[in-house]
Design a protein around this ligand. Sequence first.
Ligand code: SAM
Length: 279
Amino acid sequence: MSAIDTLPPLRDVIAQHGLSARKALGQNFLLDLNLTSKIARAAGDLTGSDVLEIGPGPGGLTRGLLAEGARHVLAIEKDARCLPALDEIAQAYPGRLTVLNADALQVDPLAHLTPPIKVVANLPYNVGTELLIRWLTPADWPPVWDSLTLMFQREVAERIVAQPGSKAYGRLALLAQWRCEARIVMHLPPSAFTPPPKVSSAVVHITALPEPRYPADPVLLERLVAKAFNQRRKMLRAALKGLAPDLEDRLLAAGIQPTDRAETVGLEQFCALARSLKS
Ligand code: SAM
């Protein structure tokens, strides 16, 4: 019998510890351990890796990660009510689970882990995008993590993997795809969660590339993309007005028509424009 089987079913854990879901904390729990193990497997081979999990809640995904062989899991949970349930898991897997009762936005947990590091989380929806942007924009590249396997609202997942010309394409797609490979590996209906959220969800698997796909200064590229998509329906010669006196020439040199809109411009062209604006 594996260690996962010695722990009580998650419904019992929730009842025993009075873990009624709180909306303000984005609490939609996964209670099916087959599903949480499947999500853990979507992160690849966990043996020999440290795993960062944000928002373990009652610990369904945590149990999946440990059962799938993670060397060590560091789980950051804001809701102190979940700690006794997580402690039971820590006891079933001695020395392999550390739980930190903290707000994930206020700590830098990656610094406590030993590479190779994988981040795997069913993220609280209210902080998911902000955490993703932090992980995608570290001070140095490559980042300390090898991969991010993250549950998002389906609409956010689609924005991460979107291609030019689609409605979902924008800052998040460019940020994720510039230095990473990003794909949706699983779709989940609201009924997979307790309580069910209003929208569908999807798991995105993101792996860090050793180098950016195209050279560009990260700060400049980020600023340029933010400005371009701030007024996504405007032509770029208007949306980017004020960035350079000879903006139209620089757009053309980067292979962009001044009348193009941000949503049709690819990553390679944005990087070329960022390089041109730096010179
Ligand atoms: N991982 C569990 C699962 O799959 O069943 C729970 C996922 S639930 C969508 C999100 C979890 O994140 C909740 O347990 C919630 O308390 C926690 N959470 C919300 N905001 C947080 C924050 N800022 N820092 C850390 N945890 C947070």
